[in-house]
Write a protein that binds this ligand. Structure first.
Ligand SMILES: CC(C)(COP(=O)(O)OP(=O)(O)OC[C@H]1O[C@@H](n2cnc3c(N)ncnc32)[C@H](O)[C@@H]1OP(=O)(O)O)[C@@H](O)C(=O)NCCC(=O)NCCS
Length: 237
């Protein structure tokens, strides 16, 4: 059962020991547009479809509201800087680390201290050529594992692998500059999964932890974070 927001004093006791996970619907709230910077509002306004434009504003608005709580500041005063491949980080603080993903009408933000973190959610739209996409984006071992499954099990396994792979890349912040076929996950079964091998410079597979995220029918979500392993604390706003 997701928890509602509680006052900061109660949960700031041991922030290093937990990953905070925020789930939300991408509905525009009253101040969403007003708390965006001119650059953020301009980027959102470039989106042609009304619903998608509002969802982009809502997603950034939620991110600002969430981070403001940790920083004890106003949402509009949260300042971002961006990594080489566009990963947002806090401009004036090293911590907490965070990452955001949105898809269709849902959004997800994870926040933690002392570890790289990445999240991804995907809305399953239609039947897709799962094995062909896997041949292109997965490692040969992962792709073979997908083909070995009965065809009715492939869609769920595909999204499980895809979101975990994307979450790992988002934890590093590399975007597409690091090939998604250059690391291999064990994503069999309903468990969290694990990283088996990686060619990422200065990385070790055993350093990473994965978790699935429940978001409702047709959604798959994943979180990837660096050790030590720790529990997730769920929030809904
Ligand atoms: C941005 C990117 C990292 C993810 O895009 P996406 O899956 O379409 O979108 P998501 O909703 O999951 O994430 C977008 C958010 O991630 C954050 N983000 C942007 N660049 C990022 C990066 N390099 N690293 C981590 N997070 C990033 C931002 O908060 C962004 O939201 P914003 O645009 O409102 O600021 C994309 O550039 C990318 O590289 N995707 C890889 C796709 C791929 O081939 N995956 C293969 C998996 S097998």
């Amino acid at each position: 059962m997701a928890e509602r927001w509680r006052p900061a004093q109660e949960w700031e006791l041991a922030p290093d020991d937990v990953i905070d996970v925020w789930r939300f619907d991408l509905e525009v709230r009253g101040h969403d547009w007003a708390i965006l910077t001119p650059d953020e509002a301009r980027a959102a306004r470039r989106i042609v479809v009304d619903e998608k434009r509002d969802r982009k504003a809502s997603s950034r608005g939620h991110l600002r509201r969430i981070l403001a709580r940790y920083l004890s500041t106003r949402p509009k005063d949260v300042r971002f800087t961006y990594g080489e491949h566009g990963k947002p980080m806090l401009a004036e603080h090293d911590e907490p680390r965070f990452n955001l993903s949105d898809s269709e009408s849902k959004g997800l933000v994870a926040v933690c201290w002392g570890a790289r973190i990445g999240v991804d959610i995907e809305f399953a739209r239609e039947e897709r050529a799962f094995t062909d996409i896997a041949d292109r984006f997965f490692s040969p071992t992962e792709s073979a594992a997908l083909r070995a499954l009965p065809s009715e099990d492939r869609p769920a396994a595909f999204y499980r692998a895809w979101t975990r792979k994307e979450a790992y890349l988002k934890a590093w912040g590399t975007g597409l500059s690091f090939g998604s076929d250059r690391f291999t996950l064990d994503y069999a079964g309903d468990g969290p999964g694990s990283l088996l091998t990686t060619e990422m410079p200065d990385d070790e597979a055993s350093r990473w932890h994965f978790r699935g995220v429940e978001l409702g029918p047709a959604y798959t979500g994943a979180i990837c974070f660096e050790g030590p392993d720790r529990p997730l604390r769920w929030w809904t706003i």
